[in-house]
Design a protein around this ligand. Structure first.
Ligand code: GLP
Length: 273
């Protein structure tokens, strides 16, 4: 697993944005061989999306031949609700780039048959040849997408009931009213994320410090589903200094020394200036 420690949220976002852009550019996607990108929502990726939008506007990168699959969506929330993940993605990303609307895939939380919706989603991912790069955030309880503690580490797309902790965390987007937060979501599984050819997780702020510790320093556990990243051949975590406060000093120093020697932080930070 590669762990990149950026100075702060802005540096994390620029680093991750440039990293993703380079992956897409290097793949030289075409209509016949598009690049398949997995997308998260939440406050963590907002800066990354902002940076990708800037690179698109500057002509550094095009999304014409990029296909996206989002991680999750609330069950029963109108797609036009400002806090639906559909709204989030169009407002914060898709409306501002040259992606083709037909290349965007987001789970339908209002589908009549949820099981069919989830099975079709997996099938669509398979039909385009799998996901090249799955970007993600992490919940304070270590969840990835909406794979709450106790989720099978081999899970595929399905419905999940949210934990009280996640409902409380996400109430900040619903006027701080837990009653307005949907109690269930459709989500890709841990196994779906793990099947991607590469994974990039963003983790910032002191509220994520415990989750970061469990994800990278403790064993793989279904109680911290993001820890499954330890089993991925191309797993990357990009965090900020604030998220590192519960790491052992030796772990912190190891990753800092390594990235210093490799020059990998400055390389990506300065890539498209
Ligand atoms: C939600 C999403 C996750 C996201 C998490 C953290 O639970 N389903 O995909 O990683 O929130 O959100 P934030 O980035 O706002 O802290």
């Amino acid at each position: 697993m590669r762990v990149i420690i950026a100075k702060d949220y802005d540096a994390m976002s620029v680093w991750a944005g440039n990293y993703v852009a380079k992956r897409i550019i290097d793949a030289q996607p075409t209509p016949e061989k598009p690049f398949v990108l997995g997308c998260p929502t939440g406050s963590s990726p907002k800066g990354l999306y902002k940076h990708l939008i800037e690179l698109n506007k500057k002509g550094v990168i095009s999304f014409q031949n990029v296909i996206t699959f989002n991680m999750d969506e609330y069950v029963g929330l109108d797609v036009n609700h400002p806090e639906s993940y559909h709204s989030f993605m169009w407002t914060n990303f898709f409306n501002h780039i040259d992606i083709k609307p037909e290349n965007v895939h987001i789970l339908d939380g209002n589908a009549k048959d949820i099981a069919v919706e989830c099975a079709n989603y997996e099938k669509m991912i398979e039909d385009v040849g799998g996901i090249d790069l799955f970007m993600g955030g992490i919940g304070a309880d270590g969840h990835i997408a909406f794979n709450e503690p106790g989720s099978s580490l081999d899970s595929r797309t399905r419905v999940k009931t949210l934990t009280t902790k996640t409902i409380l965390d996400n109430s900040r987007f619903f006027d701080n009213d837990v009653n307005q937060v949907p109690k269930q979501a459709l989500t890709v599984g841990v196994g779906t994320v793990m099947s991607a050819r590469e994974v990039l997780i963003l983790c910032n702020g002191p509220q994520k410090a415990r989750a970061l510790h469990h994800m990278i320093e403790e064993g793989v556990s279904h109680m911290w589903t993001a820890s499954m990243l330890q089993m991925h051949r191309h797993g990357n975590v990009v965090c900020d200094e604030a998220a590192c406060e519960e790491l052992r000093i030796s772990t912190y120093n190891y990753f800092k020394d390594k990235q210093q020697l490799e020059g990998i932080v400055d390389y990506y930070l300065n890539l498209y200036k």
